[in-house]
Design a protein around this ligand. Structure first.
Ligand SMILES: [Zn+2]
Length: 173
């Protein structure tokens, strides 16, 4: 009798993170072209950087609290209660600059859920997780309870896009 095929176990963590932000979709053909906001949810899936199903002496890939601290810390600083705008969307950028105090983030791409997930996966996660020995393999950005976009690595992590985003906060209070 043939032996069953061998299987390999992989381990991953998923941490949920939430933030609130405004945006609009530049050149959108319908209502998403208006300035509006979402209660966003981000699910980040993390694996060991070496790809092995190894855990520490406690049995963890990494402690959940470190993922929260690093990634939610970045989200709080850069995207929470900010307008996330395409760097070429001069009309919307001008509008949020006119109303002080203001906080906005200039994204190198249109701020769809897809592009936000990609930005978190390619740019943000490598930066904030690097020294923890883990990488983000998948990032989901939920715009509503029904709809999310997923960005995932299909090979080893590559170089981040040349154009990085930037946050601007103007608050003289
Ligand atoms: Zn929207």
């Amino acid at each position: 009798m043939a032996s069953p095929p061998s299987t390999t176990t992989s381990l991953a963590l998923v941490r949920q993170l939430r933030f609130c932000a405004g945006h609009r979709l530049f050149r959108h053909e319908s209502k998403c072209a208006y300035l509006h906001g979402h209660n966003y949810r981000v699910d980040v899936e993390v694996v060991a950087a070496d790809g092995a199903a190894t855990v520490d002496d406690v049995g963890r890939i990494v402690d959940f609290s470190l993922i929260k601290k690093r990634l939610l810390g970045w989200l709080d600083t850069h995207w929470d209660h900010a307008f996330i705008l395409f760097v070429e969307d001069h009309g919307a950028i001008n509008a949020v600059q006119q109303s002080l105090p203001t906080k906005y983030f200039l994204l190198p791409w249109n701020p769809t859920a897809e592009n936000m997930a990609r930005y978190l996966l390619e740019v943000v996660c490598p930066g904030v997780l690097a020294d923890l020995g883990v990488i983000a393999r998948q990032v989901s950005v939920w715009e509503t309870e029904e709809a999310c976009a997923i960005a995932f690595l299909s090979g080893p992590p590559g170089l981040p896009p040349v154009a990085l985003g930037s946050v601007v906060v103007v608050d003289d209070r």
